[in-house]
Ligand binder design. Structure first.
Ligand SMILES: Cc1ncc(COP(=O)(O)O)c(C=O)c1O
Length: 396
């Protein structure tokens, strides 16, 4: 049975959302005392703010030496984005107007679509949630698990139906099975694909995905969540904007949270047919939910190819290091094309997670077909060394 994952579930599963965390509390406090408070002060503050938002007493949170649980960018935002954001604060009294057009034009030019094909949102979650509400009312959503569950969970809450096909043996999307089911099942409202997939880090071949869209989209709209697409080298990306330009009913959700480091700033967009945007938009908070600071920072970051290349290259180096280290001690990580790695572990998920936190390392776990897995986000090289040290201590 696939594990349903979102951030809130994960906090709950780690016990971090429960106020009466008597044993955990002392464990975290002990862990906190043992670590280097100065170097983790910022992490602690950010974590505390996040926890405050979820109504958990901040004191229950561990101080982390390596924060590797949320697929964030460990390098921060680019200098150019910081400068643009600083400038934008002076415009904070005005509604953003032209900046939306400016960003859309840049994206449209890069992707070969029209600005009319783009809707800007505060992070891609807004698009995912809106798509879930819209499409769950119209029929079943077809996907494959394990995958990113936020959209699917929201659809389920809306009384929508989710249909799945089994993953491949390597836990990837089985496009052939998905296509057969999409074309033979009446009443589907949408197919949902995450590429690269989360939590597995797998990808599907660009040519096969394009062909899949050509075969399926005339019958059923295809929604592709491309949150991690920027971790692929530009030449390896599917560049499916061309299908949108051709008029196919394909929706591509993107985020600035990953390669651009905007997870806390909140910026994302979807590329789709104008009619799909018209359907989805009423279920979003509207483009004005994105502030001028984020927007101007995003415009600067989008143009900052050097920063994106730097983050992608450093991520690949730290990922390769971690893969190699894990294999050297007998683990079998799934080849990853994103900023995280999933691999089977030989301990129960909860015990493993708690002990890793006890070592000051935040990770996530999954149970897939009764097999426990660790999902570790790729941090800096130093953080991955901390992760490997902690991992070796925990697994003995
Ligand atoms: C596959 C996938 N899609 C979408 C999101 C949502 O990200 P955001 O709302 O920050 O853009 C995430 C976040 O981790 C993700 O993993």
């Amino acid at each position: 049975m696939a594990h349903v994952f979102n951030r809130r579930n994960w906090l709950q599963s780690t016990g971090l959302l429960t106020a009466g965390l008597a044993t955990g509390l002392s464990r975290w406090q002990k862990a906190k005392a043992a670590f280097i408070p100065e170097s983790v002060a910022t992490e602690q503050r950010l974590f505390n703010e996040f926890v405050a938002l979820t109504n958990t007493p901040p004191d229950t949170m561990p101080a982390l030496k390596a924060r590797l649980f949320a697929n964030e960018n460990p390098y921060g935002i680019s200098t150019s984005a910081k400068e643009a954001i600083n400038k934008a604060t002076a415009l904070g009294n005005r509604y953003a107007w032209m900046e939306f057009a400016q960003l859309k034009k840049m994206i449209a030019d890069a992707e070969g679509v029209s600005p009319k094909n783009i809707l800007i949102t505060p992070g891609s979650s807004d698009v995912l949630m809106a798509a879930a509400v819209n499409f769950s009312q119209k029929g079943a959503i077809l996907t494959s698990r394990p995958t990113y569950d936020d959209l699917l969970e929201r659809a389920t809450k809306q009384n929508g139906q989710i249909l799945t096909v089994p993953a491949t043996t390597g836990l990837g999307y089985d496009l052939a099975a998905l296509k057969a089911k999409a074309l033979s099942t009446p009443g589907l409202s949408m197919v949902y694909i995450v590429n690269p997939n989360n939590p597995t880090g797998t990808i599907v071949s660009p040519a096969e995905l394009a062909q899949f869209c050509r075969d399926v989209a005339p019958k059923v709209p295809v929604f592709i969540d491309e949150a991690y697409i920027d971790f692929l080298e530009p030449a390896d990306r599917p560049m499916l904007g061309k299908l949108v330009a051709e008029g196919l009913d394909v929706m591509l959700a993107r985020t600035f949270s990953k390669i651009h480091g905007f997870a806390g700033l909140r910026l994302g967009y979807v590329m789709a047919q104008p009619k799909s945007i018209t359907q989805i938009k009423p279920f979003t908070n509207g483009e004005f939910a994105v502030g001028i600071t984020t927007l101007m920072g995003g415009i600067a970051s989008y143009q900052d190819q050097a920063w994106q290349t730097y983050c992608r290259t450093e991520n690949a180096k730290a990922r390769d290091y971690t893969m190699k280290e894990l294999k050297a001690i007998g683990y079998e990580p799934i080849p990853s094309y994103a900023n995280f790695i999933l691999f089977p572990i030989k301990m129960k998920t909860q015990a493993f997670e708690n002990q890793m936190y006890g070592q000051g390392v935040g990770i996530q776990t999954r149970e897939i077909d009764r097999q426990p897995y660790c999902r570790v986000s790729i941090g800096t090289m130093d953080e991955m060394k901390i992760f490997m040290d902690a991992f070796k201590k925990v697994v003995g």
